[in-house]
Design a binder for this molecule. Sequence first.
Ligand code: PGA
Length: 243
Amino acid sequence: MKIIRASSYQDMSRKGANIIAAQIIMKPNSVLGLATGGTPEGVYKHLIDQYNQGDIDFEHVTSINLDEYVGLNHDHEQSYWYFMQKHLFEHVNIHPENVYVPDGSNLNADQACQAYDYIIQRYGRIDLQLLGIGVDGHIGFNEPGDTFELNTHKVNLQESTIEANKRYFASSEDVPREAYTMGIKTIMQARKVLLLASGASKAAIMREALFGPVTPRVPASILQIHPDLTVIVDQDAGACLPE
Ligand code: PGA
């Protein structure tokens, strides 16, 4: 595990974008596992800048996103599909047919999850998986539980997740209660994992995830045994990590 300390959110975003840009430069047909949320927004801004400067090219890149709310269509402004279009995809030359997000509009969970695993299998391993972390230690929407769920599955969102995400909705009642998420096996099979964390609310869970016991009660703790994990924390998120 490599921990990079950034001085600010901006610095974390720039450093994170540089790692993704390097991946695309070294392997133009990379399969990226991308993430939504406040954490990666800055990374995507930097990637768009690098694309506009001609430093990176998404022509042959594929993106397989981590998760999606159940019940939201693509055109719903809070769907993760929509987030990815607005924050990255519509600003770069990635081909729409190379972009995958679980189908939240398909309420048949078995079908939606199997279809997503089939897509993942077709591509084999993800080259670089970008992750944020929830205050409860979730990665993607793999919430704390008794076991690590291996494949794409439907989850009931934790109260703390609904609370954290309600800022994007009119009220907490509007936050969907269920989501589809890529499983832990798919995340762990990625060749490289890049975990980002920003802000004081993530400080305690980052310590638990990276230095506590490996347990499905803290899903991100499994990353301790990933052979190629890079973590970037800003000052606040890194405050409880050992020197
Ligand atoms: P955030 O979410 O980036 O909005 O903090 C991270 C997550 O829930 O994985």
